[in-house]
Design a protein around this ligand. Structure first.
Ligand code: G6P
Length: 608
């Protein structure tokens, strides 16, 4: 979603701002802009649409200056036009503001400001901040911002500059992430570490309620009463290469191909094959607490919700503890049954999804312990959970989640293994599961080595208007995830369904035009799936099957087949999801879609 970047130092600000905006493009946006202090004048450039348009406007009329802020906007209040693009200026053009989040009392503030003569130039909630800061300014930008914040209700990551106090950027965080980057005689602010990684690895993650003043030679963090705070300096430990395409046509393809390593990284130092268990340093759950768990709730959104469904089956099967999976957006608004013996597992690649964060806070409020499965280090969920398992999948840039998904399932498998061994799973069964986990990286590589086969299947079906994905048991969530990947990036309508449930509705859709993807590895429900394949064939559907061995029962029924290696039933989703990622990818590419930045989608949905 929206992205914030700011630079203050001795060098021209524009290249830093534009590079930062480019690096945040993956998050999803529909307009962009910058504001730069050129001497005593504040100059803004904004454009609807892609950053290339903003670059063209800057090339035609460059802006000089060493202090500036920039923004990519994903429209919420008002359409994605130039007039609604950030930065927004105060009425007297002395204050510029970029903002992520939502100001809930914007209407009331707007009316009050209009009554005192302020004229608004956009439909956004953000513009009130610019006018408020102008109104309250009395010599110090940070004091004016702090006074303005006291009047604001809602969430924000904010960066503000003013020509009346030009040597600083004032930033503030409440509910929307911000970090400060520390350079040599220069400082950065960003909502996403990838925006500044090329220039510094030293960062300070701000907490909710923090205000910070950035100058070329230093920074100060303050609380809402302007009292100084100390915040620790962290080091970003990934390389620049992790956020670059490195020879691949798209980030999504790169991330699909990284999965042998990312799955390995999720397990590194954690899987203990010889004892048939796992070691998870960050879960902060004692033996007694693990033994006391009565029920587990897993909450998440999107792809992370699909991994939660797989987690449910793993935990129930091996730990015999009841598990419920809840969409985070639903969980937070109902009256869930949570006790102090409930463990709430929260899954989020970004660690910033607004609904997932709110669901975690709600579970905590009701007395549950929370365990975060998060990829982005230092993100809000990772900082607020009671314990966690970092995925260590590295930055995921493609909007359609791939490597984070397989790492989530692996992290769930590691947790299941640990809990199951505590709760009575035999060492022999634990070892069998652990060995199967250890074999996964090489098996994923075997799938990737045959990516071309999937590319051929994609060519056959790239014009299909609809797709059906069917699976049973632990592979039903894989069918859901396969369908989600396809619709996200190719815009083909696709549905995932439990294979047998298909008879109760979707079967009406099947004819010779309908491709049906069966996730059918040789597991406990394979024979049942064969019956469903026959039902589709009888109605002339085109069948693509993901199988794991030569299956005589499927002969003559299947039009296209892709073979994955065999593993234990509960881990088949990891191997079966990889060809489905590839299928969605190749179909989208062959249809000419923008794979890494699909329309309307955001990488991290930070609004409700
Ligand atoms: C957005 C993304 C999805 C992602 C979902 C949850 O909708 O487009 O790819 O699965 O958010 O994101 P999270 O970061 O919480 O896993």
């Amino acid at each position: 979603m929206c992205g914030i970047i700011g630079y203050i130092g001795s060098k021209p600000a524009t290249p830093f701002l534009m590079e930062g905006l480019r690096r945040m493009e993956y998050r999803g946006y529909d307009s962009a802009g910058i504001a730069i202090l050129d001497g005593a004048t504040l100059v803004t450039r904004r454009a609807a649409g892609k950053i290339a348009k903003l670059e063209a406007s800057l090339a035609a009329a460059p802006v000089a200056g060493h202090v500036g802020i920039g923004h990519t906007r994903w429209a919420t209040h008002g359409p994605p036009t130039e007039r609604n693009a950030h930065p927004h200026l105060s009425a007297d053009d002395t204050v510029a503001v970029v903002h992520n989040g939502i100001i809930e009392n914007a209407n009331a503030l707007r009316t009050a400001l209009q009554d005192t003569g302020y004229v608004f130039r956009s439909d956004t909630d953000t513009e009130v901040v610019a006018h408020l800061v102008q109104e309250l300014f009395d010599g110090s930008l940070e004091e004016a911002v702090i006074m303005a914040l006291r009047k604001i209700e809602g969430t924000y990551g904010l960066a503000v500059v003013s020509s009346r106090d030009p040597g600083k950027i004032v930033v503030a965080r409440k509910g929307s992430p911000l970090l400060i980057g520390i350079g040599e005689h220069e400082h950065f602010v960003a909502s996403d570490a990838s925006a500044i990684l090329a220039h510094t690895r030293q960062v300070v993650y701000l907490d909710d309620g923090d205000v910070a003043v950035l100058e070329a030679d230093g920074y100060r963090v303050l609380d809402i009463d302007a009292l100084p705070l100390t915040r620790k300096v962290d080091k970003i430990d990934w390389e620049l290469g992790a956020i670059e395409r490195g020879g691949f046509a798209h980030f999504m393809l790169k991330e699909i191909f990284e999965q042998p390593q990312t799955v390995e990284n999720t397990m590194r130092g954690r899987l203990i094959v010889e004892d048939g268990t796992s070691k998870l340093g960050g879960i902060n759950l004692t033996h007694d607490q693990l033994m006391a768990i009565d029920n587990i709730i897993i909450t998440a959104c999107g792809t992370s919700w699909h991994s939660a469904l797989i987690g449910e089956m793993m935990i129930e099967e091996l730990c015999r503890i009841p598990v419920e999976v809840e969409y985070a957006s639903e969980f937070r608004y109902r009256n869930p049954i949570v006790t102090d013996r409930t463990l709430c597992i929260v899954i989020s690649q970004s660690g910033e999804t607004a609904d997932t964060l709110a669901a975690m806070r709600e579970a905590k409020r009701r007395g549950a312990r929370t365990l975060g499965l998060v990829n982005v280090v230092g993100s809000t969920i990772a900082r607020e959970d009671d314990g966690g398992i970092y995925l260590h999948a590295g930055p995921e840039i493609g909007v359609a989640s791939t490597k984070a998904f397989t790492s989530q399932v692996v992290a769930l498998a590691l947790f299941t293994l640990k809990l199951a061994r505590k709760r009575g799973l035999s060492v022999t069964r634990g070892m069998e599961f652990a060995q199967a986990l250890a074999a996964l990286p090489a098996q994923i590589q075997q799938v990737l080595d045959r990516a071309e086969q999937v590319e051929h299947i994609a060519a056959e079906f790239k014009r299909a208007p609809n797709f059906l994905y069917l699976g049973r048991g632990v592979n039903f969530p894989v069918a859901l995830e396969g369908a989600l990947k396809l619709k996200e990036i190719s815009y083909i309508h696709a549905e995932g369904y439990p294979a047998a449930e298909m008879k109760h509705g979707p079967i009406a859709l099947i004819d010779e035009m309908m491709p049906v993807v069966f996730v059918a590895p040789h597991d406990a429900v394979f024979d049942k799936v064969v019956s469903n394949v026959q039902e589709v064939k009888a109605r002339k559907g085109n069948i693509i099957a993901i199988t794991s061995r030569d299956e005589p029962a499927l002969q003559g029924l299947v039009d296209y087949e892709f073979r994955i290696p065999e593993t234990v039933d509960l881990l088949t989703p990891i191997l079966a999801s990889v060809p489905l990622q590839l299928l969605a990818y190749y179909i989208a590419v062959q249809r000419g879609a923008n794979v890494d930045q699909p329309r309307n989608l955001a990488k991290s949905v930070t609004v409700e």
